[in-house]
Design a protein around this ligand. Structure first.
Ligand SMILES: [Zn+2]
Length: 178
């Protein structure tokens, strides 16, 4: 499965999301429930506790447009700065919501270099490819940099133009003066 990189912004979706899913602690098979409990896993045929795994979707926006991508496990925990157990505990035990506004605020104005993987559905050609975020890292001053350097360039080049003009005039003056 090939991965690729984009440089862009990450933002949380407005949709309500659960931010975690539960899976068999032994075989990691996804189990469709919201409550941690012991199960007889139908996948690995063992008794196991369910364990939470971070999972949610974000919007990635770069120069060419935007796309929805899924964060699964560690990259998701990193983005939220919360472990899957904390996410489950906050939502399901404390009955609180995640500090999404803080998280969104934290993401605003930041640019990330995001490693993505496309995952195609095995069964249907009609299902669009899903994007998964494999990793991401904040890029320092990425969006600001071109703007700053452009304006500096403009400033410098116009200064250089002025320098040239003035030096040419000086040269002329020098020539005339001779
Ligand atoms: Zn299992």
């Amino acid at each position: 499965m090939q991965s690729f990189h984009v440089v862009g912004k990450i933002s949380l979706l407005d949709d309500e999301q659960l931010f975690y899913e539960l899976m068999c602690s032994k075989c990691k098979n996804f189990v469709r429930t919201k409550i941690i409990k012991a199960i007889d896993c139908v996948n690995c045929d063992q008794q196991a506790m369910l364990t939470p795994r971070c999972r949610f979707q974000v919007q990635i926006t770069d120069a060419s447009g935007s796309a929805i991508a899924t964060l699964l496990g560690e990259p998701g925990e990193n983005l939220l700065s919360m472990k899957a157990e904390q996410i489950h505990e906050t939502i399901n035990i404390k009955n609180e919501s995640l500090p999404l506004l803080d998280i969104q605020h934290h993401l605003t104005d930041k640019v990330f270099r995001v490693q993505l993987k496309k995952s195609f559905s095995r069964n249907s050609d009609e299902t669009p490819a899903k994007l998964f975020i494999l990793s991401f890292a904040e890029k320092q001053d990425t969006l600001q940099l071109p703007a700053v350097s452009t304006s500096t360039n403009t400033g410098e080049s116009s200064k250089r133009e002025l320098d040239k003009v003035s030096s040419e005039e000086e040269r002329k003056k020098l020539i005339i003066g001779r």
